[in-house]
Design a protein around this ligand. Sequence first.
Ligand SMILES: [Zn+2]
Length: 100
Amino acid sequence: MKELNEKLAEWAFDKEECDLQHPCEGGHYIADDKIFYGSWGLPNFTESIDASFKWLVPKYVSELGTMPYLFSRWLELIERGVEPAPALCLVLEKLIDEGG
Ligand SMILES: [Zn+2]
């Protein structure tokens, strides 16, 4: 799930290269009010619904689609037995890839 987490972070945040003084693996991920230094410091979307709702869902709603649609797709996966936190990430990944 590390790859999925990074993929979602790449979509949600701006990025800049790290300078050589304090090399951070993966660079700097820049949110509106926070900078995450290195991919190891990113929010753990695949294990935290709170993190997904803080950083991913608002961007999805402003750029790609509606909450009811997101929730209906999310519920489909949960009903198939996927845990809620990773299910939300998998649905977001699919919707991002599909462009909404
Ligand atoms: Zn750095």
